[in-house]
Design a protein around this ligand. Sequence first.
Ligand code: HEM
Length: 370
Amino acid sequence: MFEQLTGHEDPHPIYERLRALGSLSGDGGLWVTTSHPVANTILRDRRFGMRFSDGSRPVNGSLLAESFLELDPPDHTRLRRIATPAFSPKKIDEYRARVEKVADALLDRDEFDLIGDFAAPLPISVISDLLGIPDADTAEFADYGALVAASIDTGVTAEMADANDKVLELFDRLIAQRRRTPGDDVISSLVAAEAEKRLTPQEMLSTLVLLLVAGFETTVNLIGNGTRALLDHPSQWKLFKANPELASAVVEETLRWAPPVHMTSRIAHEQVHRIGKDEVVTLLIAAANRDPEVYPEPHKFDVMRVHKPEHLAFSSGIHYCLGATLARMEGEVAFRALARRMPDLRQTGPVVFRDSVVIRGMKSMPVSRS
Ligand code: HEM
């Protein structure tokens, strides 16, 4: 049934067919769950992790596969701890005014592409700023981010291998520069940790690639999917425009109803009930977010909804998204800026969807201010 998934169509009918098979289904060592409590339990259970017992991963090849997103404790714990201070709520709050300025400048136009001209440049500019990437290099890093995200579906291509070499060169240059003149950015803090032997040069690079890619390709789709949901649900759009303090509620309902990341997976380190050692469970985040056992009228986009328990858009357990506070803030700023500057925003042409089953969203959506 999984093979029928494409990046273009609504996958929820297929998820519902899987849900009808039970909260955990599968055979031949491949399991799938659509259930919120089952997915949440597996994500929090230390008997499940990212690696097979021989240390390998189901999909390999990109630098992302070497990052702490794909590692188990104790390495995961050590590397995540080094990156965490850069994402503290206090740091993110200090960023808010800068993000508001970027969003405002991007909206100085009448006819534009919601993705290419707004939803993508905003997070790209924010994460480049946070990592300390100079403006001159931003476009190249952005292209690379898009390629790595595509490789999550397609595996590593020759194009990807070339891009890997290029981005490593760029990071090497930035790292060398920070060794000479440390600053207040994430690269400088990783360089300092490396000097103290808390991580290897290779781990420093894969951490930078993770932060770059995780910040680029997901937040774009939070902003894109949320704006589209609001325009497709005029009563919700009207409610939000009259009550801008609902921005964070719009973010949460978008993350539940149209999450940027539709699925993840875990490997059993030992036999757990029916799941054998080294067997893989696919956790359908997007389906868990519409579990009728947890959310009443789960297919309804309703910004007034009470989110208890929290949706799984940012995962759960030890790999819970490190950038969640930042992504939420960017989403709030983006939705609020659109409501204020573009109250008559309307779609002017057909949407083009991304060609991906894991990271879901649009490639483009032409819109007009009036
Ligand atoms: C991990 C989603 C934005 C950095 C994750 C995971 C998900 C996720 C689902 C965990 C995957 C798993 O458990 O298998 C999202 C969504 C975002 C977003 C939906 C936007 C709406 C960001 C941003 C950053 C970021 C802006 C910052 C640079 C990370 C990192 C991890 C992660 C570093 C790895 C955490 C770990 O393994 O401990 N994200 N993310 N994310 N995310 Fe995000």
